[in-house]
Design a protein around this ligand. Structure first.
Ligand code: 13P
Ligand code: SF4
Length: 324
């Protein structure tokens, strides 16, 4: 993996959002570029993106695109996955320093030793992992398709699941099968507490608590619905409830409100002076940086070809095992 920390070359000159939208849209045409953004990015990034989605939808979009350039407003493993799927395309990120601490909590050397302790086990890893970890894995998954993929594995086959211990524990409980779990976690989701959830439900009687499976079990057990970011979004559209307490990264509230303008969305409480309440890495994607990365065609995401080929198999297997 070559993690290019080169600056975007962003100058101090600041343009209005309207001007940046205009310039970014012009560059999209000029470069034949596709701008992908995760739901956790800031609203103005979601507004200018061609596709806004969760990890799975964005990986699928990257796999299918005919664009020459993919601009990924998300975190590093997402852009890296796009590059693994598209070696011939230019893949850019507004800020390549936007890593994912969950992915970084699973170093390849330690994971290799962990894997050796369980010979014969099938390795299923969350897409929130480095290319090195994907290369050590049999199948990649996201929170949208993990269940569907695990259901296809014979009952008697041992499974190693990583790096998110909360998602792993949730799946093990739901599917009634033991899995060997790597003990990583996402600080944004792991930081929600049961006492805060109970307090929020008391303060908003009638509101439905909905939660991402990266949250701890003590939170999930109180949720009316548990699902990936996209599943939570779809649930809020379909549910008859009018108010939701949303236990995931609050960036998704923008799209929830857009889809259901008459409903009320309350971010699940945390201490908002605490930076663990939001994914600070996702918020590194700003309009200015997006514009400058397109203008300067950097930072470019590069993946060593041997590593790319080694990691491609587990991503391809995921896409085959969870067709649309
Ligand atoms: P999904 O996009 O699969 O819901 O994952 C959430 C997340 O934490 C992305 O980094
Ligand atoms: Fe990583 Fe959590 Fe941020 Fe997703 S929300 S990018 S898992 S730190």
């Amino acid at each position: 993996m070559t993690r290019d920390f080169a600056s975007t070359g962003a100058s101090s000159a600041s343009f209005s959002h309207e001007e940046l939208f205009r310039r970014i849209n012009a560059l999209k045409k000029e470069m034949n570029a596709l701008v992908l953004a995760h739901y956790y990015t800031v609203p103005e990034i979601q507004q200018v993106a061609d596709i806004v989605g969760d990890s799975l939808a964005l990986a699928r979009a990257a796999e299918k695109t005919n664009a020459d350039v993919i601009v990924f407003a998300g975190v590093y493993f997402m852009a890296e996955t796009a590059k693994i799927l598209n070696p011939g395309k230019l893949v850019l990120m507004p800020d390549a320093r936007a890593g994912c601490p969950l992915a970084d909590s699973c170093p390849a050397e330690e994971f290799r030793i962990f894997k050796q302790k369980h010979p014969g086990a099938l390795v299923i890893t969350y897409i929130n992992s480095t290319a090195e970890i994907k290369a050590l894995s049999d199948i990649t998954c996201t929170s949208s398709n993990a269940e569907e993929i695990i259901r296809q594995i014979p009952e008697n086959r041992q499974i190693i699941f990583g790096p998110d211990r909360n998602l792993g524990a949730y799946l093990a409980k739901k599917l009634g099968r033991k899995m060997i779990l790597w003990q990583g976690y996402c600080y944004v989701h792991d930081d929600f507490s049961e006492s805060n959830m109970l307090k929020a439900r008391q303060e908003h009687p009638g509101a439905e608590l909905i939660a991402h499976p990266e949250c701890r079990e003590e939170v999930l057990r109180h949720a009316a619905f548990i699902g990936s970011t996209k599943a939570l979004l779809d649930y809020t559209v379909a549910s008859a409830a009018e108010t939701f307490i949303v236990a995931t990264e609050p960036g998704i509230l923008y799209e929830m409100q857009k889809r259901s303008p008459l409903k009320t969305f309350i971010p699940a409480p945390k201490d908002f002076s605490n930076s663990r309440s939001v994914c600070t890495q996702m918020k590194q994607n700003t309009l200015e940086k997006l514009y400058h990365c397109m203008l300067n065609r950097k930072p470019e995401i590069l993946v060593d070809e041997t590593l790319r080929l080694a990691s491609l198999g587990s991503i391809k297997r995921m896409l085959e095992m969870s067709p649309l």
